[in-house]
Write a protein that binds this ligand. Structure first.
Ligand code: ADP
Ligand code: MG
Length: 292
C-alpha cells in the first residue's frame, strides 16, 4: 500500500515540527525497598522534522524514554527539552498543555488509545474535542493520512477493524490535534508483514507533512524505514545509524558504544589498538591476544 501525500497549504499543520534534546537523562522507578534505573544518562538530539526509530531489546528503557518525552513521567535527573518546553521545570499545567496540543502519543497496544464504543471516525472526532483554538483538519483527512479512506471501514468500531487498521487508527487519534511531534510505542508489534508495512507507510506519510516522528521498536526492519535509528541498551544510547549505516557513539565518559553486530567480534574486554591515520581519522584494530 502507498499513502499519497498532498502537500497543499490547507494540509500543512499550523504548528511547527518539534525537536527533542536530552542531556544526561536519568529515569528511576522507585519501588518499595529498591529502585530500577531505567535510563542511566541518555544524550540525544532529534531535530524538528526527523523520523527516528528507538531500537533496543526489551527492558532497555525505550518506553520510559517515550514517557518522559510525552510528559507522562518526570526525569529523575538531567535535562530534557521537547521543543521549547523544559520537561524538568515545566509546571503540571504546561505539561498538560504540551500533551493536549504539541505532542501526540500512541501507547503500546492500540486499544489503549481507543474508545471501544465509538466508531473510527468518532474516535478521531473525540480526540479533537480538547483542541481549543486550533485549526484542525477534517476527521476524514486525518484518517486518510494514515491510509484509512474506506468509509465502510471508518464507520466501524475498533473491535471490527483488522489489527493493522486499529493500529493506524490509534496513530490517527494521536495526530488528531495536529501535533508537531508524534511518539509511537511499538506500533508494529504483533502485526503481519502487510499490516506492518501499512503502518510504516502511514508513519512515513505523517513525517512527510513535516511532523517529527519517534517510533519505539524492537524490530530492526522498522528502523530501516525511519530516517535514523538510535539504539537504546541498558538505559543508554548505544549505536546510531542512518538508513542501515551504523555508527559507534562516544559517551561523555569517553566509552564507545559499538553497533550490536560488532559485539560478537569484539566482546567486552577486547583491547582495541588505535592507529592514527594521515587524514585525521583513526583505525580501531582488535589486538591479537596471545594464548598462554
Ligand atoms: P522497554 O520499553 O525498552 O522494554 P522499559 O522502559 O519499559 O523498557 O523498561 C526499562 C526498565 O524499567 C526495565 O528494567 C523495566 O523492568 C523497568 N520498568 C518499566 N516500567 C516500570 C515501572 N512502572 N515500575 C518499575 N519498573 C519499571
Ligand atoms: Mg516498551
Amino acid at each position: 500500500m502507498t499513502v499519497v501525500m498532498q502537500r497543499s497549504v490547507t494540509n500543512r499543520g499550523p504548528e511547527q515540527p518539534i525537536g527533542v534534546t536530552c542531556r544526561g537523562l536519568v529515569s528511576i522507578y522507585r519501588l518499595e525497598g529498591y529502585e530500577v534505573v531505567a535510563l542511566a544518562g541518555v544524550d540525544l538530539d532529534i531535530s524538528p522534522g526527523e523520523s527516528v526509530a528507538l531500537l533496543g531489546p526489551s527492558g532497555s528503557g525505550k518506553s520510559t524514554l517515550l514517557s518522559v518525552l510525552a510528559g507522562l513521567m518526570r526525569p529523575s535527573a538531567g535535562r530534557v527539552h521537547v521543543g521549547e518546553t523544559d520537561m524538568v521545570k515545566a509546571t503540571e499545567a504546561e505539561l498538560a498543555q504540551l500533551r493536549s496540543s504539541d505532542v501526540g502519543v500512541s501507547l503500546q497496544g492500540a486499544q489503549r488509545s481507543l474508545l471501544p464504543y465509538l466508531t473510527a471516525e468518532q474516535n478521531v472526532a473525540f480526540a479533537q474535542r480538547a483542541a481549543v483554538g486550533r485549526d484542525l483538519l477534517p476527521v476524514r483527512h486525518v484518517l486518510e493520512l494514515v491510509g484509512l479512506r474506506d468509509t465502510s471501514r471508518t464507520k466501524l468500531e475498533p473491535k471490527h477493524l483488522a489489527p493493522g487498521e486499529r493500529q493506524r487508527l490509534a496513530l490517527a487519534v494521536a495526530l488528531a490535534r495536529r501535533p508537531g511531534l508524534l511518539l509511537a510505542d511499538e506500533p508494529t508489534s504483533q502485526l503481519d508483514p502487510d499490516a506492518r508495512d501499512e503502518v510504516l507507510d502511514a508513519l512515513q506519510a505523517v513525517n512527510g507533512t513535516g511532523t517529527t516522528v519517534i517510533v519505539v521498536t524492537h524490530d530492526p526492519d522498522v528502523g530501516e524505514r525511519m530516517g535514523r535509528t538510535v539504539t537504546i541498551r541498558d538505559g543508554r544510547v548505544g549505536a546510531q545509524g542512518r538508513r542501515g549505516e551504523e555508527f559507534a557513539v562516544v559517551g561523555r565518559d569517553g566509552s564507545i558504544h559499538l553497533p550490536h553486530g560488532l559485539l560478537d567480534r569484539m566482546p567486552p574486554g577486547t583491547h582495541l589498538r588505535i592507529i592514527d591515520q594521515p587524514d585525521g581519522s583513526a583505525l580501531l584494530v582488535p589486538a591479537v591476544t596471545e594464548k598462554p
